[in-house]
Design a protein around this ligand. Structure first.
Ligand code: NCD
Length: 329
């Protein structure tokens, strides 16, 4: 295990690092204990971030490579800030400008990165499952930064961390996820962490954008309801999470018009009044203000959207720390 070289280093359960995974590909197989380990480690990292010099040298000598085949603002930047805050070396690669443009296969690319000395590779890819293929073909640890419509585990973990800071234990809390659930890797990964944590999850959206089979699978694991009625979904909710309406969906004819979507599903002040007083409003970003969420709600008292972004750094620090130290144990 890497020692904490800085005497001011965070108090993290380092000698009991129970992290055993080479990769973080999704949250679907994470146990409640693993989720708890990430949450506690992230608490320590949040404390590091609040110091006047918000950096430690804990991961000095560790190389983190970000490999993004799809665009990203928050995920990539926060992984880079997180890795640097722990003293790791970071290299950022995008598909354009790398040999990927010359037709290098994903397997060749990750093997090359491993040969260069990558300990951890944070990867985003447009195809669902791509990080699984990468993980099987390299000794480097693969962190899924979003794959197709499948999974986005660090987003779900930062969302849970943000919820817990406001409502404490989410067990028994009503969480509503609204929008294009069918194509949302954020919704899918959130579903698993929330059910493992005992939350009561409602998935809401137009019938064409709701994953029926996923919902029945989820119902076997915990309390999961699916509805197309937004007013029923939001009634008594503790947490309301809006998803980005991806314009491509409308082009495919899955929603009749944006106007109808707004009428039926926008998170706005009138609807929020049906939720529990003080209910939290969340959004993974990037937001289409005026479509899935009204500007007044996006920037209103109930919104923790900016805090989600800030917490993303602490949670990603926790993931990098747990994975890197487990590799060197
Ligand atoms: C999401 C993503 O890319 O999966 N954004 C993010 O990582 N914060 C959500 C989206 O693009 O709608």
């Amino acid at each position: 295990m890497l020692e904490l070289r800085n005497p001011e280093a965070p108090v993290i359960p380092s000698e009991t690092n129970a992290w055993t995974r080479k990769d973080l590909l999704d949250t679907d197989t994470m146990t409640a204990a693993e989720i708890q380990l990430v949450m506690e480690t992230a608490d320590g990292m949040r404390e590091v971030r609040s110091r006047p010099v918000a950096k430690v040298a804990t991961l000095r000598g560790v190389t983190v490579i970000t490999l993004f085949y799809e665009q990203s603002t928050r995920t990539r930047a926060s992984f880079e800030v997180a890795a640097k805050a722990l003293g790791a070396d970071v290299v950022n690669l995008t598909a354009s400008g790398s040999s990927v443009e010359k037709g290098e296969t994903l397997i060749d690319t990750v093997r090359t990165l491993e040969a260069i000395g990558a300990d951890l590779v944070v990867m985003r890819h447009g195809k669902s499952g791509a990080p699984y293929l990468a993980a099987r073909n390299t000794a480097a640890g693969i962190i899924n930064g979003g794959d197709g419509t499948h999974a986005h585990p660090t987003q779900a973990l930062l969302d849970l961390f943000t919820m817990r800071r406001h409502v404490g234990d989410v067990a028994g809390k009503k969480v509503v996820i609204v929008g294009d659930v069918l194509h949302s890797r954020v919704a899918r990964s959130n579903l698993w962490t929330l059910l493992a944590s005992g939350a009561d999850v409602t998935l809401c959206g137009p019938a064409t954008l709701l994953p029926r089979t996923l919902a029945s699978q989820a119902s076997e694991l915990g309390r999961c309801t699916v509805t197309t009625n937004m007013d029923h979904a939001i009634a008594g909710a503790d947490i309301v999470m809006a998803l980005r309406m991806q314009k491509e969906r409308q082009e495919k004819g899955l929603i009749p018009s944006l106007r109808e979507y707004i009428t039926g599903f926008q998170v706005n002040a009138r609807r929020l009044a049906l939720a529990k007083p003080g209910a939290l409003v969340m959004h993974p970003g990037p937001m289409n203000e005026g479509i899935e969420i009204s500007p007044e709600v996006a920037h209103g008292m109930a919104s923790v959207i900016e805090e989600q972004v800030a917490n993303g750094v602490a949670v990603r620090m926790a993931i990098l720390y747990l994975m890197a130290t487990a590799r060197h144990a």
